[in-house]
Every structure is written in C-alpha cells, then in structure tokens.
Design a protein around this ligand. Structure first.
Ligand SMILES: NC(=O)c1ccc[n+]([C@@H]2O[C@H](COP(=O)([O-])OP(=O)(O)OC[C@H]3O[C@@H](n4cnc5c(N)ncnc54)[C@H](O)[C@@H]3O)[C@@H](O)[C@H]2O)c1
Length: 370
C-alpha cells in the first residue's frame, strides 16, 4: 500500500535535514519494497513570504490528507521582528493545535561513541535511555489571556497556564501505555508545591496509576528533575510533564545525546495522524553551509515508520545504520572537537544510506544460509 507523507521542510537547516530523511526513506522503500508518496507543503517563514501566513490552509489540508507528516524546522532572524501572528513559530503552534498533536515523545539515549564530545564522562552515560513525554497543546503556550496589559497605569504582562482534567489524563495515559512497553516506570514532573495546575496534575497521575498496577509511578518537582537529569540520568524510564517543563527539560537532556542534532521527536494525535520532527530549530547560524547534523531528522523518520506505519524492522534498520556510521568515526561538525575532521551534511546522509545497504546485504546473505 502507498503511504502518503506530507513533507514540510520549513526554514534554515530544516530544508537540508528533511532532504536527508526523504533520501533515507527512499532507500528503505527500495530495499523493503514499500511505496512512499512524498507531497511537499509550506510552513514557517517561507510560508509567510509566499502566502502571507505561517500555516497556509493548503498545508493543513495536505497534512490531513496524508498518513503522516515530516517537518524540518521553522524560524529565522528575517521574521524575528514580525508581529506575533506573522512569526514562523506560530505556524508550528497552529499545526500542533489543528492536528491535536497532544503528546510529544522525545527519546533520550547516550551514544557511547560520542563520549569525547559530551560534557558528561564515562559511567555517567551508561544505561541512559529514557523517553520524555511532553504535553504539547496546552499550558502556558496556549492559555489565554497572554498579553501585555496595564495595571493602575503600570505596564504589566500576563500568560496563562490552563489545563482541563481530560487533557492531563490523556497525556498521563499515553505515558503509562509507553512505559508498559519499556521498563515500567513513570516519573511525573510538576511543581505541585506552588502551582494549582500541578496539584491537579499530581492528583490525576495518582488516579491513572491506579489503572496501571504493573507500572511504578514517582512524582518529582521540576527543579529537582532538572538536577537529576544531570546528576543520575539512568534512573529514568519515562518522564511525563506539561508543555513548558517538557520543552526545557528535553533541551537539557539533549546534551546527554551529544548534540541537539541527535534528538528526534514524534508528536502523536488521538486520531492516528502523527507528526515527526527533530527537536532542534532552524539553526540560522549554520544554515546553508552543509554543517547541519541530519541524524535527528533521520531518526524522526524512523520513529514515523515505527509509530505511524508499524514498520518495526525498517525503523530498527535506520537506527542501526546511524549507530554503525557513528561507530565508524564519521561525525558532523557538532559531534567533533577536531575543527577539520568532520563530514558535511550530504556526506553524512550518504554514509547512512551506505550503512543501510551494507546491513541489508548482510541480512540477505544470512537469509540465504538460514
Ligand atoms: N521546532 C522548531 O521548528 C524550532 C525549535 C526551536 C527553535 N526554533 C526556531 O529556530 C530558530 C533558531 O533558534 P535557536 O538558535 O534557539 O535553536 P536551534 O535549535 O536552531 O539552534 C541552537 C544551536 O544548536 C545548533 N544546532 C541545532 N540543530 C543542529 C543540527 N541539526 N546540527 C548541528 N547543529 C545544530 C545551532 O547551530 C545552534 O548553535 C529561532 O527562530 C527559533 O524560534 C524552531
């Protein structure tokens, strides 16, 4: 069956890394005999320039007609002074809301081969393999009012942290379901010693945990979680938290993987249409120079194969190919301390394609002798 994939490259390095994911998916399609139909759409700054809005209706329609969405990244200094509704990031927030992408999954794994560039050393990275489940369509980023205001003649400002009980419940259920397929531990992160929203969050977490007696639940305050991710990262299995806490903690945790350029993500909806994107932004400082690490985007495509199409073997093949390339010593610039020993984006993509071909050839030989 043909799988229709909406491709939204966006801005900056988004375009460079998305092409890498498409190349890898074509390679997978070739070896495993799947047909992927790639349809391109505009989002972010480029959409503002061409259509006057960061999320054109055609793009939204394209996504809704597709089986999955792959997104690069949006944003850049060109649009930084635009009014709020004409900021590229607004396109991102809108697509999350419009497609009801309420659960953002960010797997964090330490790669022993990248220890030389990591600020963490040796045994600290051993066994680090956890999943951050971030609520994506509520909290401070969407609550109203969010505006500059005036209080007794003095300039003031307000943002609103708003959640409905059912929104908290569904993200916690997602976390518990995922934990069931892993090491069966959920760490629910909140600020229940201060925030009313966190008190309800904690209450709901207890209720949901009651339905998953096989999964251990622990609560952790967000400030402690920020410390524990650095102090003892291998204690975690699944971390679940609200939108802004998850945004901050996952960038912090990215350093355990070696670089922001290594971190994939999946954003899941309840209706089966999911979106996949790297955690990083459009990196205007390196855009167009062939310096972008395409691995986060490529691993996001692997997540798409796993979560949207249930192609477990194919997803595993991509992850294995990435591992082989890193073990062979090939690095993009963000992954090396040696200023002249790195491969450009396109070559990294080629290396991963070649590793896929090699692994596939070995699998075939083994099949012949089986
Ligand atoms: N999901 C998204 O589209 C998203 C997320 C974050 C930021 N942004 C936008 O991106 C723009 C830049 O934001 P920022 O600089 O804070 O964050 P960023 O993630 O774009 O970059 C942070 C740093 O990491 C480096 N980096 C990021 N991805 C990399 C990769 N794949 N390979 C190598 N190096 C990489 C960059 O060069 C930069 O030094 C802003 O307009 C911001 O709003 C978009």
């Amino acid at each position: 069956m043909v799988k229709k994939i909406a491709i939204l490259p966006g801005d900056g390095i988004g375009r460079e890394v998305v092409e890498g994911a498409v190349e890898i998916l074509k390679t997978i399609g070739h070896y495993y005999r799947h047909e992927f139909d790639f349809q391109y759409g505009l989002i972010g700054g480029e959409a503002i320039d061409q259509c006057g809005t960061p999320l054109p209706d055609e793009t939204l329609e394209l996504c809704k007609q597709s089986d999955a969405v792959l997104l690069g990244a949006v944003g850049g200094p060109k649009w930084d002074q635009n009014p709020a509704h004409l900021r590229p990031e607004k396109g991102l927030l809108n697509i999350r809301k419009q497609l009801d992408l309420f659960a953002n999954l960010r797997p964090i794994q330490a790669h022993p081969t990248l220890q030389d560039t990591s600020p963490f050393k040796g045994e600290h990275l051993e066994g680090v393999d956890f999943l951050i489940v971030r609520e994506l369509t509520g909290g401070l980023y969407f609550g109203k009012p969010s505006e500059r205001t005036n209080q007794n003649g003095e300039e003031a400002v307000v943002d609103t942290l708003f959640y409905k009980r059912k929104d908290i419940e569904r993200i916690l259920e997602t976390a518990f379901e995922l934990a069931r397929k892993r090491r069966k531990k959920v760490t629910s992160v909140d600020k229940a010693n201060v925030l009313e929203s966190s008190k309800l969050w904690r209450e709901v977490a207890e209720e949901v945990a009651y339905r998953y007696p096989d999964v251990e639940l622990e609560h952790m305050l967000v400030d402690n979680a920020a410390m524990q991710i650095i102090h003892k990262p291998n204690q975690f299995d699944v971390i679940v938290t609200e939108n802004m806490f998850g945004d901050i903690l996952s960038d912090e945790a990215a350093m355990l993987s070696g670089s922001l350029g290594m971190l994939p993500s999946a954003s899941l909806s309840a209706n089966g249409l999911h979106l996949y994107e790297p955690v990083h932004g459009s990196a205007p400082d390196i855009a167009g120079q062939g310096l972008a690490n395409p691995i986060a985007m490529i691993l996001s495509a692997a997540m798409m194969l796993r979560y949207s199409f249930h192609l477990m073997e194919e997803a595993g093949a991509i992850e294995k190919a990435v591992k082989h390339v890193l073990e062979s010593g090939k690095r993009t610039k963000d992954l090396t301390n040696h200023p002249n020993q790195y491969v450009p984006t396109k070559q990294m993509i080629e290396e991963i394609k070649e590793a896929l071909a090699d692994d596939f050839a070995i699998l075939n030989i083994m099949d012949c002798y089986a």
